[in-house]
Design a protein around this ligand. Structure first.
Ligand SMILES: Cc1ncc(COP(=O)(O)O)c(C=O)c1O
Length: 455
């Protein structure tokens, strides 16, 4: 007798390899902890400051849009690559920033150059979508992408989801690219036969998530030169998500992006940027600029399959804000607010005596993050005693080990000052220091025991 499945018994779908590989994002688990723990102060999420969101500028932008575009085109579907006016405004902005990097202020950018760059520009659902399209159109499972150390952990998760192997670039003790070690690493890739699997290089140039560090122009040039010398001219993805968030407005022009630097000539280049963090994350508009026609077309084809265009209304609002000065004005507000918040968190760590407990950190000049290195031997992982001590104190952080392609150090931490107001940052910093102190004693006694055992 054959038994047919009853109408009510669900038949599980057979997931694709991609569906099976996909893991819940680490940030979801961290945010869940934050939601479930009353009174917890989260320094984990990379969200932005609610108090400074540009409500008035958006209200005014919306009012003018409705008055000045009575055909309501902004409520209609747009084009796959994005609004021509927004693409031109973005092209002009990035070209001017790159041109000013040569020194001598911001020279005028020729209209033909703007038109050419606008043609290479496409608008995306946050720069996150551009990053995903980039890897999806370059890599097969098993391929290799090189990336900065430490790097943006959602990019690492994206690679994992696509089955791509992440390898972190070697750095020296100051966190600078170690060109000699890189040459050795690339040589080993060649001799092991893995060179053909190397498909791209990715890095966050300005005020990095997670390290707050800016990759210097000289470092980027050394990276390009080493890749070239080792026969590794592969697509380069420069993530400029925090370029606009330097506390000094001139920081965006302190160096050119890869598209404006001859050192990268010959490399297929993708530059990604965003209008979320510097304006309104809720609008979720970012962009890519790619100088390789075949790669750009492939990304646009896949985008066409995914959504055939980013929300036209959000783009129209941002186009207006860029053209009427609202975007620039908002940046002025953000720079002051984030500098104050950085100070509040940094000073709380200083006042809490963290340095005396063997912790080190650099004070960033922009972005949203402090990157801390704990004493050697400390484990800051999600299930570590240190993490539990932080939760008992009521503070949450991102374990730094999540931010590495390989050989993750166990004693690093990312703290974000984006969300909490200064007073709450001061309290969160004090809690973090109390947890560090609580975990310092056992470490010290472990060291004493080890010393005793060695005698
Ligand atoms: C380094 C970096 N790149 C890209 C993104 C993506 O941001 P969005 O999609 O909002 O542009 C983020 C967001 O946190 C980020 O930190």
């Amino acid at each position: 007798m054959s038994v047919s499945p009853s109408a009510s018994s669900p038949v599980p779908p057979v997931l694709s390899a991609l569906g099976r590989r996909a893991r819940p994002p680490a940030i979801t688990a961290l945010m869940q902890v934050a939601l479930e723990t009353p009174g917890l102060l989260s320094l984990a999420a990379g969200f932005t400051d609610n108090a400074t969101l540009p409500l008035t500028a958006l209200g005014e932008g919306m009012r003018r849009l409705t008055l000045e575009a009575p055909d309501k085109e902004f409520l209609q579907y747009g084009t796959n690559a994005g609004r021509p006016g927004l693409r031109a405004a973005l092209a002009a902005r990035v070209l001017a920033q790159d041109a000013a990097a040569g020194g001598g202020g911001a020279p005028a950018v020729a209209p033909e150059a703007v038109a050419a760059r606008a043609a290479q520009t496409f608008v995306t659902n946050g720069s996150q979508q551009a990053l995903y399209l980039a890897v999806q159109t370059l890599c097969e499972p098993g391929d290799i992408v090189l990336l900065d150390r430490p790097s943006y952990f959602v990019f690492l998760e994206l690679l994992g989801g696509l089955g791509v192997e992440a390898r972190s670039l070697p750095t020296d003790v100051e966190g600078r690219l170690d060109a000699r070690a890189l040459a050795v690493m690339l040589g080993q890739l060649r001799s092991s036969g893995a060179r053909s699997r190397l498909k791209a290089v990715y890095f966050v140039s300005w005020f990095s998530n997670p390290s707050g560090r800016t990759l210097g122009a000289d470092e980027k040039r050394v990276l390009a030169a080493t890749l070239r010398a080792e026969d590794c001219v592969v697509p380069v993805i420069e993530d400029a998500a925090y370029r606009e968030l330097g506390f000094d407005p001139a920081a965006a022009s302190a160096q050119a992006g890869v598209l404006g630097d001859r050192a990268w000539d010959g490399f297929p280049r993708l530059y990604t940027g965003t209008l979320t963090k510097p304006f309104a994350t809720g609008l979720k508009v970012g962009f890519g600029m790619c100088d390789d026609a075949a790669w750009r077309s492939a990304m646009l084809h896949v985008k066409g399959h995914q959504d055939f265009g980013t929300a036209n209304f959000a783009q129209a609002l941002l186009e207006r804000a860029l053209l009427d000065g609202g975007f620039e004005a908002q940046l002025g507000v953000l720079r002051g607010a984030y500098r104050e918040k950085r100070d509040a968190l940094h000073q709380a760590l200083v006042a809490g005596g963290l340095a005396g407990l063997g912790w080190r950190w650099r004070v960033p000049e922009g972005g949203l993050y402090l990157w801390l290195e704990g004493p050697p031997g400390l484990d800051t992982g999600g299930d570590s005693a240190f993490c539990r001590a932080c939760l008992r104190e009521g503070v949450l952080y991102v374990p730094g080990a999540l931010c590495h392609g390989d050989a993750p150090p166990k004693n690093t931490v990312r703290l974000s000052y984006g969300v909490l107001p200064p007073s709450a940052l001061a309290e969160a910093g004090a809690r973090f220091c109390r947890a560090a102190r609580a975990c310092a004693a056992p470490l010290a006694s472990d060291a004493a025991q080890a010393e005793g055992a060695a005698r």
